[in-house]
Design a protein around this ligand. Structure first.
Ligand code: FAD
Length: 692
């Protein structure tokens, strides 16, 4: 009987939750930006305006389209790699397509002599990536409405052959949900899948190897189905990269790191979005703590006058710049440091090839602002460099690295080398023969990084706070530190702003003033991404927050907001924060602020801490949760929302488990019932995660 109310709450909330879930796309989708593709991407993409993929493939004589749903660029990269391999090894006429650039209503007209690939990442809680929201809704809605009016019962996709690969993370509840659901939907509509629906697991760190292992049998199955003949793959560049001696980098038409044409022309204007960042002033920056090899930044970023807005719980994206030392290393390894400021024109050789970097540009700007040159290295990419090795010995070594997964792991992955460091570990000779097109093809676009906004929009609507730990990791036995791209750039901005004379101990320097000095006066390119991680609309509802380390970021915003409401005399429900760090006097961030909030909120704010390195045993937030089982359970009965933020791999999982135990134990239920209740809380939106 004790359960009845909660069960009912859960049921009702489930219903509300599903409605919220299915309408989310419209709320989430980043508005289409009028400048985006026309500005940052050259004419190739512009020339094909049609949203009809069947027509587009006909027009451009393609028989294989590779759609991608990508958030951080990996799915897009895999799509390009599949396109290249399909064309070079199997003679397919391939094109890569951003899944949001086409309509789906006429896919029942997809011809039987062609094939469609779907390379789909799953994001967050089993959600589609921003660019795949509409696609997902189209195929997983109640009734799939094709233009022709054919009903889904009649297997409208029976002519369509497709291939599917998903990118997911097994530490999340809905592992690879996108590819699984889309695969089921397509099969139900009669489409024939070729090979298995592949699943890459970022959680286990095996994404790349999962992809490599999946694609060979898939190619074999596709060859049989489409009667393809495999041939010796010969590298054919996707882009033509031509140096333009007539132009100088000072010419107005040259992109020196600007994200779009309007930025280059100095008239950057909104709407600012994921395709068109706002160059935001950093108003203040400081370190919340600094201990040996670990520090944490707090920044206040102004969005005043930008027309950008945020809500408490949203994310801000920071567009980074690569460190000077890494840019130099890359240019040296590929023998282009002397011509780094030469102007290059980059064009797609095929009309469907989208140039991922703005052009014309210079080698220096491409490497510094547009290419992810510091990321982990893919085995497939390294093996494509064999043909361009400076001598036979290095070539043999690269071929071995390409063919032997364990050897590659030992020599490259274990050392966390960047591509340039990996090649330096093979030979000191430069790889001058590598076509620049191959580097553009093989490396991702430099990605913005997301940060959970740590301020309340109610308290400071024009100012976004971020809380970021600087990534600086020394691996046991490794010769170098792995330095995070964005956080070390932010650290440099902070040092510059505060006139801090001490240079980075690892010699990293940055082009702080940005392209054509446009970021001078301490600016950083940003955009805002709306999230579903939200406070209850009724502030009198209790909330429980679990946020160790930088996981506390959004909760600082939540508490700031509730303290302000309390100060205005509003009734604010019990607000509990479980916070954890190493030591109370070392990395307890916002300690003093929390005291002030406590003064404003009195007993309704409870901060429960876990310090892992103070006692003889390590204590984490999940232990404190357990100790406070009664409080937690009582608050849940009062319809508290439960929030978790921070480490996805361990903490969030543990907390989920512990909460299940608490519910079961406190209500005298079997353990499975406790787990089930947490699942219900998740789907109803009363258990929310913001984890990374
Ligand atoms: P990166 O350069 O991206 O490196 C990150 C890690 O990748 C390194 O530590 C290393 O483990 C690995 N790596 C890098 N290069 C290599 C290599 N060559 N070989 C092998 N491994 C390598 N962070 C916060 O501090 N605060 C927040 O509030 C916050 N909120 C977030 C919210 C969301 C929704 C998401 C998705 C992430 C959030 N993050 C937050 C994490 C943040 O986005 C960044 O991932 C983090 O700051 C590191 O970025 P970076 O560019 O400095 O490091």
């Amino acid at each position: 009987a004790q359960l009845d109310t909660l069960d009912l709450v859960v049921l009702v909330a489930l219903l509300v939750g599903s409605v919220a879930y299915f309408t989310k796309g419209s709320y989430w989708a980043i508005p289409k930006d009028p400048y985006a593709s026309s500005a940052a991407i050259n004419g190739a993409a512009k020339s094909g305006k049609t949203r009809d993929i069947v027509e587009k493939m006909e027009e451009t004589n393609k028989n294989c389209v590779i759609f991608y749903g990508s958030q951080t660029g990996t799915a897009e990269d895999y799509a390009s790699r599949l396109a290249k391999e399909g064309s070079q090894r199997f003679g397919l006429k391939t094109m890569v397509a951003d899944i949001e650039d086409y309509d789906y209503e006429n896919l029942d007209k997809f011809p039987d002599d062609k094939v469609a690939f779907f390379v789909l990442a799953t994001y967050g809680e089993g959600e589609p990536t921003d660019n795949a929201v509409e696609f997902y809704q189209f195929f997983t809605g109640e009734e799939v409405a094709f233009e022709s009016g054919v009903s889904s019962e009649d297997k409208p996709l029976s002519a369509m052959k497709y291939v599917a690969f998903g990118l997911g993370n097994n530490t999340y509840e809905h592992y690879n949900a996108m590819v699984r659901q889309v695969d089921t939907a397509l099969t139900k509509l009669g489409a024939q899948r070729i090979g298995t629906a592949g699943e890459g697991d970022d959680g286990a760190g095996t994404m790349e190897e999962d992809f490599l292992a999946w694609k060979e049998p898939m190619w074999a199955a596709l060859s049989e189905s489409m009667d393809l003949q495999e041939r010796e793959a010969v590298y054919e560049p996707v882009f033509s990269v031509v140096e333009d001696d007539e132009k100088s980098p000072e010419d107005e038409s040259v992109y020196l790191g600007e994200p779009t044409a309007s930025h280059r022309e100095g008239r950057a204007k909104g709407p600012f979005s994921a395709h068109n960042p706002y160059i935001a002033p950093i108003l203040e920056s400081s370190e919340l703590f600094t201990v040996k090899d670990r520090n944490c930044l707090h920044m206040e970023i102004s969005i005043a006058g930008s027309n950008l807005s945020y809500q408490t719980g949203d994310h801000i994206a920071i567009w980074p710049t690569n460190a000077g030392a890494e840019v130099d290393r890359f240019l040296e390894v590929f023998g282009i440091e002397k011509k780094r400021h030469s102007v290059i024109n980059v064009k797609g050789i095929d009309v469907t090839a989208k140039v991922p970097i703005p052009t014309p540009t210079t080698y220096d700007a491409a490497v510094r602002y547009y290419m992810e040159v510091c990321a982990p290295v893919s085995r497939q990419f390294v093996s494509t460099l064999a043909a361009f090795a400076p001598d036979e010995e290095s070539k043999t070594e690269i071929v071995r690295l390409g063919n032997d997964k364990d050897y590659f792991h030992e020599k490259i992955t274990n050392h966390r080398f960047t591509i340039a460091q990996a090649l330096q570990s093979i030979t000191s000779k430069p790889f001058t023969a590598v076509p620049f097109s191959l580097l553009i093809e093989g490396l991702n676009k430099l990605q913005p990084r997301y940060y959970s906004i740590s301020s309340s929009s109610l308290v400071q609507k024009d100012k976004i706070s971020i809380t970021a730990v600087v990534e600086s990791v020394r691996l046991p036995g490794a010769s170098h530190m792995v330095k995070g791209v964005t956080t070390n750039y932010l650290l440099a901005l902070k040092q510059k702003q505060n006139g801090d004379p001490s240079p980075d101990p690892h010699g990293l320097t940055y082009s702080i003033t940005g392209p054509r000095n446009k970021y001078d006066g301490i600016h950083v390119p940003v955009h805002v991404r709306h999230s579903n991680f939200k406070l209850p609309s009724d502030p009198s509802k209790p909330i429980i927050m679990v946020g160790p380390g930088t996981g506390v970021a959004p909760f600082r915003g939540f508490i700031q907001e509730r303290a302000a409401l309390a100060a205005k005399g509003e009734k604010v429900g019990t607000t509990v924060l479980f916070f954890g760090c190493r030591k109370s006097d070392e990395d307890f961030i916002y300690k003093d602020e929390f005291k002030t909030f406590q003064d404003q909120m009195g007993d309704s704010l409870k901060i429960i801490t876990a310090f892992s390195r103070e006692g003889s045993e390590k204590v984490y937030v999940q232990h404190r949760l357990k100790e406070n089982a009664e409080l937690v359970s009582d608050l849940l009965k009062q319809k508290a929302n439960f929030y978790v933020c921070g480490d996805a791999a361990n903490m969030a999982r543990e907390v989920n488990l512990v909460l299940g135990h608490i519910i079961a134990q406190q209500r005298g239920l079997p353990a499975e019932k406790g787990e089930e209740m947490v699942k219900h809380m998740r789907s109803s939106g009363s258990y929310q995660e913001d984890v990374w």
